[in-house]
Design a protein around this ligand. Structure first.
Ligand SMILES: NC(=O)c1ccc[n+]([C@@H]2O[C@H](COP(=O)([O-])OP(=O)(O)OC[C@H]3O[C@@H](n4cnc5c(N)ncnc54)[C@H](OP(=O)(O)O)[C@@H]3O)[C@@H](O)[C@H]2O)c1
Length: 195
């Protein structure tokens, strides 16, 4: 079974993007090394919400320049969750889904094969994977930035019994944190045994 990894960058106070979906605050922060190429090597399928997908389309002008898609995601199948009809990217394996992530999961897992699944965001979609007991790991790169408002990194109540800190590193001005996530039902079961 592939693992589901939420790999992202956030502000110090928990935002993925500002209130206008801008990442300008992120791109100016210095990193010492780009860990993305090594990370994406281990990924077999990608999942994202429609705001994230539309941001990438617009930011890279992908409808006019679909040849730029592989620079981001390679040939990996990408599921976009949306209730709307959105354009695909010519030549890219983009699949649209709506509703329960659990219903979509068997196809996502099969496509990932022996590699992992990257849930790009946004935060609520990651929360839907956690609600379904499918979120396994969080890798967070925290930028030295605060914002008054924006898109939340993970709008769920997940307590410390479910998150295990596994690695901490400095990458330029980013703090990188890696957590293993215990699924809600397994945490509840061991809590009940302990009670
Ligand atoms: N800092 C980073 O590294 C980073 C990483 C990822 C994202 N981002 C940014 O953070 C922001 C995230 O935006 P967001 O919070 O709006 O999240 P999002 O997940 O990208 O988009 C949310 C939208 O996806 C659709 N959706 C989500 N779950 C669905 C489901 N189960 N079924 C059908 N549709 C579903 C809904 O829109 P519709 O149904 O109307 O389509 C929903 O409003 C974006 O600006 C993105 O660019 C930043």
């Amino acid at each position: 079974m592939p693992r589901v990894i939420y790999y992202t960058a956030s502000t110090l106070n928990g935002f993925l993007a500002d209130a206008h979906d801008s990442l300008d605050w992120l791109f100016v922060v210095e990193q010492a090394q780009d860990g993305f190429p090594a990370f994406i090597e281990g990924i077999g399928a990608i999942v994202q919400g429609s705001t994230t997908y539309e941001w990438v389309l617009a930011h890279e002008d992908l409808l006019a320049h679909p040849e730029k898609w592989p620079a981001f995601y390679g040939a990996r199948p990408t599921w976009v969750f949306t209730s709307r009809r959105l354009p695909g990217v010519t030549g890219a394996d983009v699949r649209f889904a709506a509703g329960s992530v659990r219903d979509a999961w068997p196809a996502i897992a099969e496509a990932a094969g022996d590699r992992d699944v990257w849930v790009v965001g946004g935060g609520d979609l990651v929360g839907q994977f956690d609600d379904a007991g499918l979120l396994d790991e969080i890798r967070m790169q925290i930028a030295p930035v605060t914002l008054t408002a924006g898109r939340p990194v993970l709008p769920r109540n997940i307590d410390s019994t479910r998150l295990r800190l596994e690695a901490v590193a400095q990458n330029g001005q980013f703090a990188e944190l890696q957590y293993r996530v215990r699924h809600p039902e397994s945490a509840a079961a061991s809590g009940a045994r302990g009670a």
